[in-house]
Design a protein around this ligand. Structure first.
Ligand code: ZN
Length: 281
């Protein structure tokens, strides 16, 4: 242990400053999105089977809804620009802009050099949960995804149905890529319905039983043409363990909803970020 300086307490007492005050972020028109959603029709339905993933495509200006069916289940979501897989969901920047967990009105941002909203959350039936006494909340952008490499590192295991592998297979099947080609495109996720936080004493990432129940759902508006993949995590409700076949697991339903023609009036898909890309040269 290093020896604290004489003014250690004074240094600790300095109040924090929000890194990215987000009042200047372009705001989504939730009223418009809500009206469009009210008249939208389900045009596609896919199911992520337990311990497996599904892929789906959502045109810009449509919605997709992830619903818990049969039993409490956590989902790991990846999103790509349907025309350019190098533009993908950037969980780290989404966290920096909105916080550790996301809910209605917040957006999923894309990777550099694009950095634009890919999707906007328009419905969250777990929005009531807030932040519990342990510092836990739902729909996090702090976890990565369960994966066979960390399992191997910690337990010398060879497990093939972690979310990472499920997403790799789903992306390969959706695009015709090989597993090797698909794997580098899989990225840190939005942990849908997962209840997580950091312990206050050791700062460790924790999970606890998700409050999700069948019928709960998260609905997002596609700001650009999306290819998505959703894994029904082998951890089930993530109350005990993941990266194994031990937990009770349930499917997750994904519906694509298409609004009526003209329902979005003059809404336009966001442009990619305005930085000129010259990096000082
Ligand atoms: Zn998982």
């Amino acid at each position: 242990m290093t020896k604290p300086p004489p003014d250690a307490e004074a240094r600790r007492a300095v109040p924090p400053v929000i890194c990215y005050p987000n009042d200047s972020l372009p705001q989504p028109d939730l009223g418009l999105y809500g009206q469009a959603l009210a008249g939208a029709e389900v045009t596609d339905t896919v199911l992520a089977p337990p311990r497996d993933a599904c892929a789906f495509r959502v045109p810009a200006g449509s919605f997709f809804r992830i619903t818990s069916v049969d039993g409490p289940q956590v989902g790991d979501l990846n999103l790509w620009n349907a025309q350019d897989l190098t533009e993908r969901f950037y969980s780290g920047k989404t966290r920096a802009l909105h916080g550790t967990h996301v809910t209605t009105g917040e957006r999923l941002w894309s990777s550099f050099p694009h950095l634009r909203p890919m999707a906007t959350i328009v419905e969250d039936t777990l929005g009531w949960y807030g932040i519990d006494g342990f510092g836990g909340s739902v729909h996090d952008v702090i976890g990565t995804r369960c994966d066979p490499y960390t399992g191997n590192l910690l337990a010398d295991s060879q497990y093939h149905h972690c979310c990472h592998s499920n997403l790799v297979r789903a992306l390969a099947d959706a695009t015709g890529m090989t597993l090797k080609e698909a794997e580098p495109h899989v990225h840190d996720v939005l942990n849908v319905f997962m209840c997580t936080g950091f312990t206050r004493d050791t700062g460790q990432y924790f999970m606890k039983a998700s409050p999700v129940r069948p019928g709960d759902h998260l609905t997002l508006f596609a700001e650009i043409d999306l290819l998505g993949a959703l894994s029904a995590c082998p951890g089930g409700d993530c109350s005990s363990e993941h990266s194994s076949d031990t937990a009770a697991c349930f499917p997750l339903k994904v519906e694509v909803l298409t609004p009526e023609a003209g329902a979005l009036s003059d809404w336009q898909s966001p442009q990619r970020n305005g930085y000129d890309g010259s990096h000082g040269r």
